[in-house]
Design a binder for this molecule. Structure first.
Ligand SMILES: [Mg+2]
Length: 310
């Protein structure tokens, strides 16, 4: 697996557009215009629109401004305030040209305006332009957040994700575990087999780790040279240790020859830390503990799991 394998689907997959309007007829017009080129979704009020954005992650939202209860402005503001939906492109659809309205829309983070009655050519062109921009941004974003060697998340992405997940676990009062992993005797491996083989080994190990993690919420990143780190939300110590053991087993099952290792093949050691996040603790403590447990695993002969609940 490398970065190219991950980013290709982004380019080939059909774009998703959510049309939000309190008048079904307006939705119908836009639907007819775009349904052949995009996957279309519909909402007739603001609450529904926000829920669909969180769930479906559309590329663009065509958002009516004048709606009862919750205006398009309110919807846009809420979308931009939530990291989960902040990157969705909002195009306002409005009944008449009004400079004050447009200024307000752009200030709220909209990317463009479309005026009713809908002109098919102008509307198609504007949506297409915004869609291309959105996909390019997504692509750059994913490259910036992936480790180019192994294709898993990079450390930067890890450092963004852990504080978010920490906050979420604080709110939901659920246990949070991290697993710190380090390939055993990796320097010897590189010295013996060369850096190209070393790179190949890291790719295989990364793949073994990511395929072992089964849930969509589980997360793995390359943390350093031969170090990886997993975040396991809503997982108590026992569950995390079990998962770490599965990873240790999966790496050994690759049977990558390593004559300078006491196991004769490539193995990995794991340090696990689990905590019930609370305000007098920080997520840094969790990493430090996992790191200390990894050290203990190395002392205990490597190719093992050591864990501690805080
Ligand atoms: Mg309306």
């Amino acid at each position: 697996m490398d970065v190219a394998d991950i980013i290709v689907p982004l380019e080939t997959e059909r774009g998703k557009i959510l049309v939000v309007d309190d008048q079904p007829l307006n939705i119908k017009i836009l639907h007819q215009l775009f349904h052949e080129d995009y996957e279309m979704f519909m909402a007739t009020n603001g609450q529904q629109a926000i829920a669909l954005c969180q769930k479906l992650q559309p590329d663009l939202v065509l958002l009516d401004i004048e709606m009862p209860i919750m205006s398009g402005y309110d919807v846009c503001q809420q979308l931009k305030a939530d990291p989960l939906t902040a990157n969705i492109g909002v195009i306002f659809v409005t009944a008449h040209f009004d400079e004050v309205q447009e200024v307000k829309g752009f200030q709220l983070g909209a990317v463009d305006f479309i005026h009713k009655p809908i002109n098919p050519i102008i509307t198609t062109a504007r949506v297409k332009n915004q869609f291309i921009l959105k996909r390019q941004t997504d692509l750059l974003h994913s490259i910036a957040l992936l480790d180019s060697l192994t294709g898993v998340a990079n450390r930067r992405q890890f450092e963004q994700r852990l504080p978010e997940i920490w906050k979420h676990s604080c709110r939901t009062q659920s246990p949070l575990s991290v697993v710190m992993l380090d390939v055993d005797f990796f320097k010897h491996f590189n010295d013996r087999y060369g850096h190209q083989e070393g790179d190949r080994c890291l790719r295989l190990v990364a793949k073994a780790i990511s395929t072992t993690l089964k849930r969509a919420v589980d997360f793995v990143a390359r943390y350093g040279g031969e170090e990886f780190i997993c975040i396991l939300p809503d997982t108590p110590l026992l569950g995390a240790e079990h998962m770490a053991q599965n990873i240790v087993d999966a790496v050994q099952a690759l049977h990558i020859k390593h004559i300078d290792s006491s196991f004769n093949e490539v193995t990995i050691s794991a340090g696990v830390a689990c905590v019930q996040p609370r305000s007098d603790l920080t997520w840094q403590t969790l990493i430090e503990t996992a790191d200390q447990q990894l050290y203990v695993a190395k002392q205990n002969g490597r190719n093992v799991v050591c864990g501690l609940a805080l």
